[in-house]
Design a binder for this molecule. Structure first.
Ligand SMILES: Cc1ncc(COP(=O)(O)O)c(C=O)c1O
Length: 426
């Protein structure tokens, strides 16, 4: 085996491996478990590839779709397929009924956000982008504009292609959530009144993922869309983390009967095997682009291999009534998670489908200490063979995204490991 010199770093410090154990090497991932080299005992995974492996690692059904897809084609550019027609139809059918929509398939989440920003700017001929505090939309130059400063030090990458102004996003778990919601909407209203002529779009996550699965109070999103519509500004609903059943329904925003102008999907759309993104918008958006030189496609966008896997994966999800499973098991999982509430340091336990979270913190302590606590719990959990993720702009949340096929009993076992880890950390 090749040996690195002692002075050389064994891991790249800008990568997430640095947060866990850079010396661990993955040998195998199956279902909700990960095996590392030289360790026969598996780890329970509650991150699931940041929700890109929602269907369980290396799900045998999806493996078959991958094999079928690979035996048909790899990357045939400039043409479409019947499989794509089916996928377009599926993605549109799950939306609230509305005007004629079209789908475009970029690569990965950030490029899907980039495409939405370009589409909104070209359509409105305006440039300003409004986002929300705690929002996460990716790290490409276009997506980074709207990602909260806490998740990226933007200064080091300047100049960026514009600036985005952000407004507070209310949390339904806050004691004054209704007040927070109306104050956020009224400051947005004030801003739009004087800036509608230079604002192209408002981008939002219906449940903020990286912020710690923050769900807004009932009615907030509906009021938000009505407000945006009043000002001839484009609404972009970023469902890259929430779509594909994470919160029960295929999309999350349909739970509030919303009709955003542009909807974005990514992560596990192609079963975790291909980074397929999808942007769904009404036909007039695409028609407003300069079609003599549109400037959207790239070599792997609209990739028929990924589209085939996605099409079959969504058919499979329908066949097994996945929506029902995620909703009913998600409710039981939230009930189990609530048991952690016996710790005085645990608060704000919340869940929607299988998007679950809780907050860690000593009351009235400085944020650094609470951030340190969440990190410590993550480390203890890892020692106990449990992989979890910290979240939140202050890093004081733990968010859990179990595999859709993890049973309630298996989840309960994971939560007892988490219980032990919290005990050890406090
Ligand atoms: C809501 C949301 N938008 C965009 C992205 C960026 O996607 P990607 O990491 O595939 O570029 C993410 C990734 O976590 C996300 O959660």
């Amino acid at each position: 085996m090749l040996k690195r010199p002692e002075t050389e770093l064994t891991h790249n410090p800008i990568e997430e491996t640095a947060n866990y154990d850079p010396h661990k090497r993955v040998a195998l991932a199956s279902g909700h478990k990960v095996w590392f080299e030289d360790d026969s005992k598996p780890y329970i995974d509650l991150i699931m590839g940041y929700s890109s492996a929602n269907f369980g690692h290396a799900n045998p059904n999806i493996q078959n779709f991958v094999i079928e897809a690979a035996s048909l084609y790899d990357n045939v550019v400039a043409f479409t397929s019947t499989s794509r027609d089916h996928l377009d139809r599926q993605l549109i059918t799950y939306l609230e009924p509305g005007p004629n929509r079209l789908v475009y398939y970029p690569i990965g989440g950030s490029k899907t956000v980039d495409a939405a920003v370009k589409l909104a700017r070209a359509h409105t001929k305006k440039s300003g982008i409004i986002s929300f505090k705690g929002g996460f939309h990716g790290y490409s130059f276009g997506a980074m504009l709207s990602t909260d400063e806490h998740f990226v030090n933007k200064k080091q990458f300047k100049p960026l292609p514009g600036e985005s102004i952000s407004f507070p996003f209310p949390d339904r778990k806050s004691t004054q959530s209704k007040l927070d919601a109306s104050s956020a909407l009224s400051s947005l209203d004030d801003y739009l009144r004087s800036h509608q002529e230079d604002t192209a779009a408002v981008i939002f996550e219906p449940i903020q993922g990286a912020a710690g699965f923050i769900s807004p109070p009932d009615g907030f999103l509906k009021d938000l869309i009505s407000l945006i519509n009043r000002y001839r500004v484009v609404s972009i609903c970023d469902e890259i983390q929430t779509a594909v059943y994470r919160t029960g329904t295929f999309y999350n925003h349909t739970q509030s009967q919303l009709q955003p102008d542009i909807v974005l999907v990514g992560k596990s759309l192609a079963g975790g095997y291909y980074p397929l993104g999808a942007l769904i918008a009404t036909q007039n958006f695409f028609e407003s682009i300069d079609l003599s030189a549109p400037g959207f496609d790239s070599t792997f966008s609209g990739n028929l291999f990924g589209i085939y896997i996605a099409n079959r994966t969504l058919e499979y999800a329908q066949k097994i009534s996945l929506e029902k499973t995620v909703k009913s098991n998600g409710d039981i999982m939230l009930h189990i998670l609530n048991k952690l509430g016996h710790f005085p340091v645990v608060s704000s336990i919340d869940g929607n489908g299988m998007a679950l979270r809780f907050k860690l913190g000593y009351d009235n302590q400085d944020p650094q200490k609470n951030k340190g606590l969440a990190q410590k719990v993550r480390e203890k959990a890892f020692d106990n063979h449990l992989i979890i993720q910290t979240a939140g702009i202050k890093g004081d949340y733990i968010k859990l995204s179990p595999s859709f096929f993890m049973s309630v009993d298996e989840f309960e076992e994971a939560i007892s490991m988490l219980n032990k880890s919290i005990q050890e950390a406090i």
